[in-house]
Design a protein around this ligand. Structure first.
Ligand code: ADP
Ligand code: MG
Length: 383
């Protein structure tokens, strides 16, 4: 891959590449719609990701090309930048803008990206391209940031430059991922623990429903508001900063304050899902993969019925998995309303699973899903 991309770089820019980097995408194993409620999430980096090839130029230009998109962008180096429409180069330019605002000098550079993450499907290709750019420039130009600073920079790009009000989980997972480990991250304190994930005789299957996530952003914001409403109601009796400070037992003592059934359902999901992350970490530590799988199904059920962020496509995948003998756990991952599901699939059944799931899914939904097998991979590296 590295040599091929260096060749592509030479074709595109008519000169040699100088450095090649790889940055992963991520899945969230469990703990969904929790990051903005101040609780625990459990993402990991995956082996699908974004490659970035760079070389300096002496023309004081920043040039951006991607093998995934036709649009190319060129700007003068060392300026203050603003978002330019919906160009993909907003992501790397946003990162460079943060560096410049922080007093760094970024000289003329040529960039070539290639990603094998399905783009716009909830596996965080956006966090991947942000961290790819931040990590590569930090390394190449010796900018002196640590990984957590790069995560915060990338999050600011997503929130302020791109304009999506997302939590810190994606950038954190992409930057801190380690092979065969999950990250148990407290989204309030940013304290985290790495947990060994021994998948044994199983692989991580990722199923892209190919359902466009049109409603995702507005529904996402609606859920954020509903959680705030629940928090305000509970605060009439107890003092809380966020819903995830409550155990299920404590929540049961106070949930009479929430009269609206929908709001009660949302809060119930949050409190119980946060509890499931604790249980999931325990199960992984004890090597109880089947228990982990059971928690994945419970998470999906709650996201479907209480939080109402699934959809017929994601449900079709998870329903199929629960009837398929060689899967021990499955759930939607990411914000929902489409995007991807994950499943723990017994090794050796990859083809059989793909064939039968495809038949089932086409019959129910009308078009095929895409199926990937991934390992839990490392964070960004120079190749
Ligand atoms: P997700 O993060 O779920 O994949 P987003 O909509 O948040 O979806 O981010 C996808 C956007 O990120 C793309 O539309 C594009 O602008 C940018 N992007 C991601 N990967 C690449 C890539 N390899 N090359 C160019 N742009 C990319
Ligand atoms: Mg994204």
């Amino acid at each position: 891959m590295k040599i091929k991309l260096e060749e592509k770089f030479a074709e595109q820019y008519h000169k040699n590449a100088d450095a090649v980097y790889f940055t992963p995408g991520r899945v969230n194993l469990i703990g969904e719609h929790i990051d903005y409620n101040g609780g625990l999430v459990m993402p990991c980096a995956i082996t699908l990701g974004t490659w970035l090839v760079i070389a300096p130029n002496s023309e004081n230009k920043l040039r951006f090309k991607s093998l995934n998109f036709e649009a190319q962008t060129e700007v003068e180096s060392n300026q203050i930048y603003t978002k330019n429409g919906s160009l993909w180069a907003n992501y790397p330019i946003g990162v460079i803008n943060e560096f410049i605002n922080d007093g760094k000098e970024i000289p003329g550079m040529d960039f070539l990206y290639f990603g094998n993450i399905p783009i716009g499907s909830g596996l965080s290709s956006s966090a991947s391209i942000e961290i790819a750019t931040a990590f590569a420039l930090n390394d190449y130009l010796n900018l002196g940031y640590d990984n957590l600073e790069l995560v915060k920079i990338a999050k600011r790009v997503e929130n302020d430059f791109i304009g999506l009000n997302s939590g810190i989980m994606d950038q954190f997972a992409v930057a801190f991922g380690e092979k065969d480990k999950a990250i148990v991250l407290d989204c309030e304190t940013l304290k985290y623990k790495m947990v060994d994930v021994d998948l044994g005789n199983y692989v991580l299957a990722i199923i892209n429903t190919k359902k466009p996530r049109e409603l995702a952003d507005s529904k996402y914001n609606e859920r954020v508001e509903e959680c705030k409403t629940a928090l305000n109601l509970l605060n009439e009796e107890i003092k809380l900063n966020n819903l995830c400070e409550l155990t299920a037992e404590k929540f049961a003592l106070h949930n009479h304050l929430i009269k609206d059934e929908t709001i009660l359902n949302r809060a119930t999901h949050v409190v119980k899902e946060n509890g499931r992350v604790h249980l999931a970490a325990k199960a992984l530590n004890a090597g109880q993969l089947e228990e982990f799988g059971r928690l994945m199904y419970a998470s999906h059920q709650s996201l479907k019925e209480l939080y109402e962020v699934s959809g017929k496509e994601l449900d079709a995948v998870v329903d199929f998995c629960s009837d398929y003998e060689h899967v021990i756990g499955a759930r939607m991952t990411g914000a929902g309303f489409g995007g991807c599901a994950i499943a723990l699939l017994e090794k050796g059944y990859e083809e059989d699973f793909a064939k039968h799931l495809t038949d089932y899914y086409v019959d129910k939904i009308g078009y095929p899903a895409e199926i990937y097998v991934s390992e839990i991979g490392n964070g960004p590296i120079k190749l």
